[in-house]
Design a protein around this ligand. Structure first.
Ligand code: AMP
Ligand code: MG
Length: 536
């Protein structure tokens, strides 16, 4: 169904489709290889009884739509994939990727359909460079392979809450505009154990300047299609990397090298944020790496409760734990190698690409140290910082301390009190250990040295820096699971309450209190909390 937009309303544009080569719509939609094209035009498949579960009013307003407008029937039909505004030319992007370390060939948007871009000038007025609206779970595309193109409520709710929390935590991420229940049921074998069940279907409307991934460059490079690779490069640079685009137009190789360096820099910032917050993406395949350095594709992710560098919640990755918490910087580096390989046919010299990549590790260490100093309120640098911080992490791991609450305790306690016995008692209350440990004395000793290290700094500055780096709450899996259960019982108020709390995760207020707590015991073996699969 095609809908007229109101005459007074801001238009959508189709910059991507207008600027790049793609396949025209084909009926029926069948899984296929799409070569020589950046996308396939495809419309969402209608659903039976859509209802708007939550709408992101602030984001809607940033895009130029009022709360009343986004809740209107015709708008909800668009957010459910049942209707399109006349200016929309929906498409699924073609990309490939390395999955769990192996080249997987063509992947593409198997269940994400991009509707349109928001008019460039309008978006800029609202602090966005460009906004693409994308429905996740809107039905099959030529890239759906053997799957149905749909998404279930539990994973859609997780994505909505987590991506908005991530934004509020100050981390680059795709956003969520709406969560719609489709009224249809979707069959999923949650743990791939031959016990499929029907679950409510849902669609999230995601928003980002662009959903282009490393894999968009890898696929044409793997096929030796240099003209198409060049189109991807030139579109990405001209729309999202103005400095690199200027360079590229004078000297393409210089432009490409600067592009790789900038993507690396953004990816470094991203992974330092994740390490600060205890976020485990859990499926860091190259098709899930945004070319803009945003967190993208929320699947079986999790947040560290007890500080455990080897932890991943993703059961699909149980054997090798490739995407475990502590491995994420190395994996992001590996993924950047794949991007560099994809750009190589256009650069034609390995050395300058390698020179950029070899800067990753020292730069990661530099930025990680800076982040740790901020979160610990240290205003100067010491040569021993790396060893000092590593010692703390190793103690947190041995003592099984709740990462978020421990850093928050440090933030909220006057530094003069940290060597008192009742402070160690407060730390003990944040431990998941069931047996005693001789490491508590070691923590006490570390805290003594920390106190001395803080003595030279301005206490007010330290607390301000710590309060901005250590959130009170992060959307841990048990919190999300509770919300999934509540919404399943029809309690949407709880979801709205949580969304309000996670809008200000660094506040220590009444709204945050229900979510500022340790992992309860029941969450240890509850599916959806400590274990999740890619089935979503
Ligand atoms: P992911 O690891 O979740 O980012 O997905 C890997 C690939 O599988 C991407 O090409 C997705 O579009 C595709 N995919 C995941 N789930 C589905 C689904 N239910 N239907 C169609 N394609 C899917
Ligand atoms: Mg993906």
């Amino acid at each position: 169904m095609r809908l007229q937009q109101r005459a007074t309303e801001l238009r959508f544009s189709s910059d991507f489709v207008d600027s790049l080569p793609g396949e025209a719509p084909r009926e029926p939609v069948e899984a296929r290889q799409v070569t020589g094209q950046c996308y396939a035009e495809v419309s969402p498949t209608p659903v039976s009884a859509p209802s708007l579960l939550v709408a992101n009013v602030k984001l809607a307003e940033a895009l130029g739509f009022s709360e009343a407008r986004i809740r209107e029937e015709d708008f909800v039909q668009v957010l459910a994939g049942n209707a399109l505004f006349e200016s929309m030319r929906p498409y699924a992007m073609c990309y490939g990727g390395h999955q769990f370390g192996q080249w997987a060939g063509q992947l593409g948007d198997g269940r994400a359909i991009n509707l349109a871009e928001r008019d460039f000038a309008v978006a800029q007025d609202h602090g966005l460079t460009q906004a693409t609206l994308q429905l996740k779970g809107a039905g099959p595309t030529p890239f759906s392979r053997f799957a149905d193109g749909r998404a279930v409520l539990r994973s859609s709710l997780r994505e909505y809450v987590c991506s908005e929390a991530m934004h509020a935590l100050g981390v680059p991420t795709t956003r969520a505009l709406s969560l719609v229940l489709t009224g249809d049921h979707v069959e999923r074998d949650m743990f791939y154990d031959g016990r499929p069940a029907y679950e409510p279907g849902a669609i999230v409307c995601r928003v980002s300047p662009s959903f282009i991934r490393f894999g968009n460059f890898e696929l044409p490079a793997s096929r030796g299609d240099l003209p198409l690779l060049t189109r991807w490069v030139e579109f990405t640079l001209s729309r999202y990397y103005p400095v690199q685009w200027q360079l590229y137009r004078v000297d393409p190789v210089e432009g490409l090298l600067s592009f790789l360096a900038e993507v690396q820099s953004r990816s470094l910032d991203l992974v330092v944020h994740w390490m600060r917050l205890g976020f485990v993406h859990a499926v860091l395949n190259t098709d899930n790496m945004s070319i803009l350095g945003e967190t993208i594709d929320y699947g079986p992710f999790g947040w560290i409760d007890d500080f455990a560098p080897d932890w991943t919640p993703n059961t699909t990755d149980r054997q090798h734990r490739r995407y475990r918490f502590g491995q994420q910087p190395a994996v992001v580096h590996w993924n950047l190698f794949q991007l560099a390989n994809a750009l190589f046919p256009l650069v034609r010299e390995a050395e300058p690409l390698e020179a950029i990549l070899s800067g990753f590790e020292p730069e990661y260490e530099r930025r990680w140290l800076a982040m740790m100093r901020k979160r610990l309120g240290l205003t100067d640098e010491a040569a021993s910082d790396l060893a000092f911080f590593n010692e703390l992490e190793s103690l947190m791991s041995d003592l099984s301390l709740d990462m978020t609450l421990f850093y928050r305790l440090l933030t909220e306690t006057p530094v003069t009190e940290m060597t008192r016995p009742n402070f160690i008692e407060a730390c003990r209350a944040l431990s998941y250990r069931t047996t005693d440990s001789d490491q508590w004395d070691a923590l006490q000793s570390w805290l003594g040295r920390y106190q001395q290290r803080r003595a030279s700094g301005d206490p007010q500055k330290s607390v301000a820096s710590m309060s901005a780096a250590n959130p009170c709450i992060v959307p841990r899996n048990f919190i999300l699971q509770e919300l999934v259960d509540k919404v399943g019982e029809g309690d949407v108020d709880s979801l709205n309450q949580a969304l309000r709390a996670f809008e200000r995760p660094y506040d220590n207020g009444d709204e945050q209190r229900p979510f500022k707590r340790m992992r309860p015991d029941w969450a240890l073996d509850r599916p959806g909390c400590s274990s999740l699969s890619c089935s979503s």
